[in-house]
Ligand binder design. Structure first.
Ligand code: ADP
Ligand code: MG
Ligand code: MG
Ligand code: MG
Length: 388
């Protein structure tokens, strides 16, 4: 039977599951900083060894019990972690146990790493972040797509990962509400004019409509669905992607777009001279993604058209364009929508914060509207400067 765990009952569960030695002395803390779930960190104080128990709540924690949310996302999360682990074990936490009725995933403790968003805000650069994420995205997308797996099995896998309720959150919060005067939005009163300009921008809305349609209809591969920098644990040498509860069969460009956007949101919070590592991360992620995906395509694809002249280039081109457009939507919604990012919200003084947010809105718009004419990823820097 489902029941939310407490720090006490989480310890009892860990003992029942024999996840620690008999003589362990366990302590537990709820450390969830997310909006939707409880996260228990259980440590054996004798040797410092820990585990994580993540449990879905039947409602969104931010909003409270007034926003019910399916518990099925816990099983989506543990299954997605296991699926991704079969392609990129080095980039995801190990799953030790999961239980559908309790809506829990018991997984590897990654406390020796830092949430990338936090580190980036502190000015860290995580030199291997883009290489690792480029490879993570290329492999998870390729191997779960019609090019990397049996096409009948892919349809079955896609069924297992229909995730309508969490997709609806993205449809509303990323692609819809920020572009209308909706009550989930929130932003500084000083931005009112800028936001109203956005709401009446018909050129922009036409393009966002197309991107939303792509999100709604295009089932290329099993995407993570929430690949912002708060879903990534990192250090100088390691990278681990957590929190795939939004996973579903979606467009190739979606994860890349969200990741790029969150790198750019961090760049927006920095002084000019400290932005370069973020642009390099965007460029490098694309480069590694395209190279890895192409190698897999050329060596592993069983699709008869894989060798058709120019087809791979077309797929990469389409993925590039989608990713830029999705990045634009993510930048805008993180600036004026329901869920903000600390990168922008902690900028001091207030006037600098407003400037950065206005810049974010212009950048987001330009990326969306001009995504099809952008040719290479190093144009990102030029777009960023042009809109400053
Ligand atoms: P939510 O879906 O609620 O956003 P997350 O999976 O992002 O939950 O986890 C919320 C927080 O819990 C993370 O930001 C991190 O601080 C902590 N956390 C989650 N998973 C782990 C883990 N495997 N190891 C250590 N800490 C973790
Ligand atoms: Mg999270
Ligand atoms: Mg979080
Ligand atoms: Mg989450």
């Amino acid at each position: 039977m489902y029941e939310p765990l407490t720090e006490r009952s989480a310890i009892e569960l860990a003992e029942r599951l024999r996840l620690f030695p008999e003589d362990a002395s366990l302590s537990c803390r709820e450390i969830g900083d997310g909006n939707l779930n409880l996260v228990f960190h259980i440590v054996n104080t004798k040797d410092g060894h820990g585990i994580i128990i993540k449990q879905a709540l039947p409602y969104a924690k931010v909003v409270g019990e007034s926003w019910p949310l399916t518990l099925k996302r816990a099983i989506i999360e543990s299954q997605a972690l296991r699926t991704f682990a079969s392609y990129v074990p080095e980039y995801v936490p190990k799953v030790y146990y999961s239980d559908e009725s309790l809506s829990i995933t018991v997984m590897e403790d990654l406390s020796h790493l830092q949430i990338a968003r936090k580190g980036l805000i502190e000015g860290k650069t995580f030199p291997l972040l883009s290489e690792h994420i480029g490879e993570y995205v290329a492999k998870t997308l390729f191997y779960t797509s019609d090019f990397g797996m049996n096409q009948q099995q892919k349809k079955q896998l896609a069924q297992q990962f229909t995730n309508p309720e969490l997709c609806k959150i993205t449809e509303d919060l990323v692609f819809t509400d920020p572009f209308f005067d909706h009550d989930t939005n929130h932003f500084e009163t000083e931005l009112r004019q800028d936001v109203e300009k956005l709401w009446s921008d018909d050129v922009l809305k036409r393009e966002v409509a197309k991107l939303k349609r792509t999100f709604l209809t295009k089932g290329d591969a099993l995407v993570h669905g929430d690949l912002h920098t708060g879903s990534i644990f990192a250090s100088e040498t390691e990278t681990k992607v957590i929190d795939p509860e939004f996973a579903f069969y979606g467009p190739f460009g979606f994860d890349l777009g969200q990741f790029f956007a969150n790198l750019l949101l961090n760049a927006l919070s920095r002084n000019e001279q400290d932005r370069l590592p973020l642009f390099s991360h965007v460029e490098k992620t694309w480069e590694v993604f395209a190279r890895t995906f192409s190698e897999l395509w050329e060596t592993k694809s069983e699709e008869v058209y894989a060798k058709a002249d120019g087809f791979l280039e077309d797929v990469l081109r389409e993925t590039f364009t989608e990713a830029i457009g999705f990045a634009g939507c993510e930048i805008i919604r993180r600036t004026i929508g329901l869920a903000h990012v600390a990168d922008l919200d902690t900028i001091e003084p207030f006037q600098r914060r407003l400037d950065a947010k206005r810049h974010a809105l212009r950048l987001g718009r330009e990326l969306i509207v001009h995504r099809s004419t952008m040719k290479t990823m190093n144009e990102i820097k030029r777009f960023f400067e042009k809109t400053s």
